[in-house]
Design a binder for this molecule. Structure first.
Ligand SMILES: [Zn+2]
Length: 153
């Protein structure tokens, strides 16, 4: 997107209709943030961070609180995602579902390839254990069959 700066008439009109902030950004363009409901002491409307009646200490404190809330939400989202994609190697289907989930995370950049690599190794071990369990079941069945045959003799 190219930004050519405020365009005199259209910009002023739009600002009045939306009661946009009278503050200016660092690049000189008008701020587009929503304003507080009450006008400032100069009769103009400002967003919270451009408000002339709010001290810089209060603004800094509010920004810190806002950042904390943002970080907390991000953390909660990550935890929710982790919970929904909890490892499950119980069956071939759950393993497949989990590996698909991990693949999506890598594809969207939410999981480092090195972490995915470790998960793949663990999944490989889970598959190996599954194979050993299957082999044991087959052997058990064969032994059972042999002893059944032996008993009938
Ligand atoms: Zn502003």
């Amino acid at each position: 997107m190219t930004h050519l700066g405020p365009q005199a008439d259209g910009d002023t009109l739009r600002r009045e209709q939306a009661r946009a902030c009278s503050g200016r950004r660092k690049d000189g363009s008008y701020c587009k943030a929503p304003t507080t409901s009450m006008p400032a002491s100069d009769g103009q409307f400002y967003c919270w961070s451009h408000h002339i009646d709010v001290s810089s200490e209060t603004k800094t404190a509010a920004a810190r609180r806002g950042n904390l809330v943002f970080q907390q939400r991000k953390l909660e989202q990550r935890l929710t995602k982790l919970k929904s994609g909890a490892p499950d190697y119980a069956t071939a289907q759950t393993t497949k579902t989990y590996l698909e989930h991990v693949s999506r995370l890598v594809q969207t950049g939410q999981l480092a390839p090195s972490q995915a690599s470790v998960i793949c190794q663990l999944a490989g071990l889970a598959v190996k254990i599954g194979e050993l369990e299957l082999e044991r079941s087959i052997l058990d069945a064969e032994l059972q069959q042999a002893s059944d045959r032996g008993g009938r003799r």
